[in-house]
Design a protein around this ligand. Structure first.
Ligand code: NAP
Length: 311
């Protein structure tokens, strides 16, 4: 039987990709901010009660990490309060809440990939409010899957990939932080992996774990690790190699790339309002073990969007 899916945040990076892929596994009702404002708990309750979905997929969040330092209550309303309301409603109708969280729940002091049970210790308001959201969902008793991801980018929206391409048409030198490590993750891979997990659960094959058994937190990031500096350098290498896909030409506004040097700098040379973890690499072993799904390495993901599609 086709499952009803309520997608919240359909205009974000992950949300847009989900809105393309989720119709393959269910009947999707999608809400962007205009149709559903997450600062209004009653709007959330009414949307869920009207749709009565089997899956609630929340791709919306307050993601402006630096701005959150001065907008804590707004960040908390969207990242913690709204998911709490979604989880309460999910519990009431027996739905499962699929939610995304972040590597920024950790302090970055480890030197090996973080696993789901590592103690969180967020260093900024964004990370704290996202952790509060995770805990509210867990404490609600609703069935849930929380996918912690990191360094998300897409060929549209606001992200590091598009920022670097724009700056590369304006500056001969870029100075990029080299001492923060993570795994740049393409939004399309997050959407594809989410759909694949939901399809596996829906299939309910004999011997497959029940929703109650798989409920919990999973890390969902690209394989491998890199620094912002190496990521920027790799983006420019790919962008200089012709021919370009259409999105890349529009990201540079058709202008030539003039950056000659990408200079590694320390985090201390690039002060930001929000502190960021030095080490943000997450282990995907649990996701792989429970659902037999794996995201490609970050370089493969970047290659997949930079390669010119065959004519
Ligand atoms: N971006 C990253 O690097 C990153 C890293 C780790 C984890 N994550 C997590 O991954 C998930 C998806 O992130 P993303 O990169 O796709 O985020 P995104 O592109 O910033 O999209 C977030 C969406 O939330 C919507 N939103 C914000 N405030 C809202 C409100 N009051 N009511 C309704 N909708 C609202 C935004 O609406 P508008 O389109 O109208 O602005 C936007 O469409 C989030 O849970 C995020 O915390 C992201």
């Amino acid at each position: 039987m086709t499952k009803a899916i309520l997608l919240i945040g359909s205009n974000g990076q992950v949300g847009r990709d989900l809105s393309e892929i989720l119709p393959r596994i269910g009947e999707v009702t999608a809400f962007d901010r205009e149709r559903l404002d997450l600062t209004q708990p009653e709007e959330i309750r009414s949307a869920i009660r009207a749709c009565r979905p089997a899956w609630i997929v929340n791709a919306a969040a307050y993601t402006a990490v630096d701005k959150a330092e001065s907008e804590e209550s707004l960040a908390r309303a969207i990242n913690a309060e709204a998911p709490r309301v979604m989880a309460e409603e999910a519990k009431a109708i027996g739905a499962c809440l699929i939610h995304y969280s972040t590597d920024y729940v950790f302090d970055g002091t480890k030197t090996t990939p973080y696993v789901e049970d590592d103690p969180p210790n967020p260093q900024n308001v964004y990370g704290r409010t996202k952790l509060e959201g995770e805990r509210a969902i867990r404490d609600s008793g609703a069935a849930h899957l929380i996918f912690r991801t990191a360094w998300v980018y897409a060929t549209r929206g606001r992200n590091f990939l598009l920022t670097i391409l724009r700056l590369a048409t304006q500056r001969e030198e870029l100075r990029i932080v080299h001492d923060q490590l993570g795994a740049p993750t393409l939004s399309g891979e997050i959407a594809r992996t989410t759909a694949s997990v939901l399809a596996k659960i829906s299939a309910g094959e004999p011997g497959a774990p029940s929703l109650a058994e798989v409920s919990g937190i999973y890390h969902m990031t690209a394989g491998g690790e890199t620094s912002w500096h190496e990521f920027a350098s790799t983006i420019l290498e790919k962008a200089k190699a012709a021919p370009h896909p259409d999105w890349l030409a529009s990201a540079t506004g058709g202008l030539p790339i003039i950056t000659r040097r990408v200079i590694p700098i320390a985090t201390s040379e690039y002060p930001t309002p929000a502190r960021r973890p030095a080490y943000s690499v997450l282990s995907n072993a649990k996701l792989n073990r429970v659902f037999s799904v794996q995201l490609p390495d970050w370089r493969t993901q970047l290659d997949s969007v930079c390669a010119n599609p065959p004519a």
